[in-house]
Design a protein around this ligand. Sequence first.
Ligand code: AMP
Length: 371
Amino acid sequence: MNIGVLGAGQLGRMLALAGYPLANRFTFLDTTGHPSAGIGDVIVYTDRHHLLDDFLARVDLVTYEFEHLPVSLVQAIEEHKPVYPSSEAIRVCQNRAEEKALFDRLGIPTPAYRLVEHADELEAAARELGCPVVAKSVTEGYDGKGQAVIRDPAEAAEAWRVIGHPQLIVEAFVDFVREVSIIAVRGRDGQVVFYPMAENVHVDGILRYSLAPMPDLDDAVQQTADEYIRALLDALDYVGVLTLELFQTRDGGLLANEMAPRVHNSGHWSIDGAVTSQFENHLRAIQGLPLGDTAARMPSCMVNVIGQEGDSAAILGIADAHLHRYDKSERPRRKLAHVNLLAPSHAALLEKVRACAALLPDAPPPRFSFE
Ligand code: AMP
């Protein structure tokens, strides 16, 4: 089976690493001009039709690891090869307004929000919702890009100018206890399996730590998250891995923030920490194979390596530490690698996380809600 992947970054690289034992081959279609997968065959797509024909001729089915692609390109591919998840999933997930509308339709709670198309509307929304609010571009934002926190309605004009996008979503600022995510996989036959939820620590809009399972998570909260993501999977007739990021509030409730129609950074812990990784399960799902067990082997934490590589040899000196490097050059805010740490107890795990963070330049102090 030759799998075509739209996008050619580290997520594609890790998909390929999970697929080689299944005798999968990979052809990546890069639309950014900067592929970094460093593995498989890479086609850099530049609107030249023969490149798309070449891609289609090589692959049996198509998936993606990057959702900021023209929907028309995915639809064109869909006319020739099976695409999982479908172009409809990508269309919804690349637009925050569409995403929120789907959450609303399915009864999945979100922070209060407004859509605005003018600086004055932004100011009015900030007044109505009550500051602070978070303004986000409706499309193209990720890792905190295209966003601004507005602490006073008077700041709206400046935020509008800085974001520089024709349509924004404005959300009430959630006083969350923690940020969490749920990752689930739906097979071609509609079977769904769920990973244990992860607690995610973001700093400056970038994920730094993901820990799963959480030691203090009520089963009822996991079940609620499972229900939300199942509703999304079924509504989109989705095949593959879907990620839903949520805020957990003081009363234990969950508010949906955003979803990603792909394997996700907050699921990287599963490579070493779960019986079957998110990458392998995505490949199983899209090929119509039985889905693997999603249980955690042990308390696990993923530490992102951002900007600078740090002391890789010393990190590997930590017991049960697994370093996954993406073979990229160092650059501020760039995701270069991650470390998966496993330990039999959460206390022992936190010690390892602190030891690992100390070996990474500029890693923020690891702090989790349950400590
Ligand atoms: P996003 O790109 O929507 O995931 O936002 C990036 C980060 O900004 C999130 O992980 C949160 O840390 C923070 N954030 C986004 N929206 C809100 C909100 N409505 N309330 C509080 N924090 C938020």
